[in-house]
Write a protein that binds this ligand. Structure first.
Ligand code: ADP
Ligand code: MG
Length: 250
């Protein structure tokens, strides 16, 4: 579902990705683990082409990325690949249902999406996605009346409503307490399992990576340090992963 070969990206003098190879199988829940500054967000942004990689090749959800993307290619990529962000990028004053429905916009005919002419089937799908994250009862609420954990689950429901092949989640639970974070990751994982969606989820907490990852890739200073199943994680590698950032922090 995802194949990256030698992906590089630099910002000025800062080589942020230094030749990343990554393969993700269909339906897999892959965690990219690493300290702050490792390049996790940049890697996800390159994958959905919010950022243009400098080198390497990428195939995502059957779409090959080479050079600058044309608008039609980008639209197709954005249809097949959904994002979940740390700061959930939802519209607070809108209802929960409207936020989830916004996940449908990229899948609709352009004139329909401009007019926001949702069909009954879009609404039924959005409600089913809310059900998957346990928030059907909040459909009519203003989103800013929800807790942080609930808002993040709205972000997950919106991504699901897009019926993507791939979800890229960038530290989706970074601002949540452990109980709420586990709950949100649990909803994300279960829904993706049941729907066969492939997930790449950036995390910086080892505990969550162990608990939810089918596979864990350790990223440090723009390089893959290890690629393991959770039960194969070894302490020495985890220490190496975080040692660099600890040294930099002094
Ligand atoms: P992570 O998500 O693992 O914390 P990031 O991908 O956000 O890491 O950042 C990796 C490095 O790239 C950092 O040094 C950051 O300052 C730099 N960086 C990220 N985005 C930009 C940008 N748009 N312009 C310049 N530098 C950037
Ligand atoms: Mg980040």
């Amino acid at each position: 579902m995802i194949a990256l070969r030698g992906v590089t990206k630099r910002f000025g003098d800062n080589a942020v990705l230094r030749g990343v190879d990554l393969d993700v199988r269909p339906g897999e829940f892959l965690v990219v683990l690493g300290p702050s500054g490792a390049g996790k967000s940049t890697l996800l942004r390159c994958m959905n082409r919010l950022v243009q990689a400098d080198g390497g090749t990428m195939t995502i959800a059957g779409l090959e990325a080479r050079g600058a993307a044309r608008a039609t290619e980008l639209r197709e990529l954005r249809r097949r690949v959904a994002m979940v962000f740390q700061h959930h990028q939802i519209v607070p004053r809108l209802s929960v249902l409207k936020n989830v429905l916004s996940g449908r916009l990229g899948t609709m005919a352009v004139w329909r999406s401009v007019l926001q002419l949702f069909r009954a089937s879009d609404i039924a799908l959005a409600m089913a996605c809310l059900d998957r994250v346990g928030l059907v009862h909040k459909a009519a609420s203003r989103t800013d009346a929800l807790s942080g954990g609930q808002m993040q689950r709205v972000g997950i429901a919106r991504a699901l409503a897009q019926q993507p092949q791939v979800i890229l989640a960038d530290e989706p639970v970074a601002s949540l307490d452990p109980h709420t974070a586990r709950q949100a990751l649990g909803y994300l994982k279960q829904a993706c399992r049941e729907l066969g969606i492939t997930v790449v989820c950036n995390l910086h907490q080892v505990d969550y990576a162990r608990e939810f990852g089918d596979r864990i890739v350790g990223l440090s200073q723009g390089r893959v340090l290890f690629d393991r199943r959770p039960q194969e994680l070894c302490e020495a590698e985890l220490e190496a992963l975080y040692a660099v950032s600890a040294a930099q922090a002094g």
